[in-house]
Design a protein around this ligand. Structure first.
Ligand code: HEM
Length: 133
């Protein structure tokens, strides 16, 4: 599958899974919540794979500060997925951690949205490299 199709497709699939994660979290459907988290993380991995391949088609370095900014943000966001895993596991053992789990879950969702937005902005201003397909 080409990255121009694979990247937007898996980005939408990841966001749909994350929507399901939030819905099942609020509905306290733990048996669906945790498998949906696993699906979101796998789908995010596939999105990152296509994003890297898509990046090779464009002259991203020429976009200026947005390129290192987006890369740093993308790495931070990927690492931040560990936070709801840690606080979610604590919530299973001790329900008083739920408030912290909700806070870090929203932090991760916020970081995911701004990573996608800065990535899209970077691709919009980048020139396509000639002769690369
Ligand atoms: C991106 C990852 C995740 C997101 C966005 C997320 C989001 C949420 C949200 C919004 C809630 C509802 C909070 C509330 O009612 O105040 C929730 C509840 C919960 N989450 Fe997550 N979560 C994530 C990952 C995880 C993981 C990895 C675990 C377990 C290892 C987990 C375990 C739980 C538990 C036990 C609850 C409480 C359900 C109940 O009330 O019975 N979550 N989550």
């Amino acid at each position: 599958m080409s990255p121009t199709i694979g990247f937007p497709l898996f980005l939408v699939i990841t966001l749909a899974f994350l929507g399901g994660v939030v819905a099942t979290g609020y509905a306290a459907h733990r048996r669906r919540h945790i498998p949906l988290v696993v699906c979101s993380v796998i789908s995010l991995g596939i999105t990152i794979f296509f994003a890297e391949r898509l990046g090779h088609l464009f002259d991203l370095k020429a976009t200026g500060w947005i390129y290192p900014f987006h890369l740093a943000l993308a790495k931070t966001t990927t690492l931040s997925y560990l936070l709801p895993v840690v606080f979610g596991s604590l919530t299973i053992r001790e329900p008083t951690w739920l408030l912290w789990h909700r806070r870090v879950a929203y932090l991760v969702l916020f970081l995911t949205v701004i990573t996608a937005a800065t990535g899209a902005w970077m691709l919009c201003i980048a020139e396509r490299l000639p002769g690369v397909s």
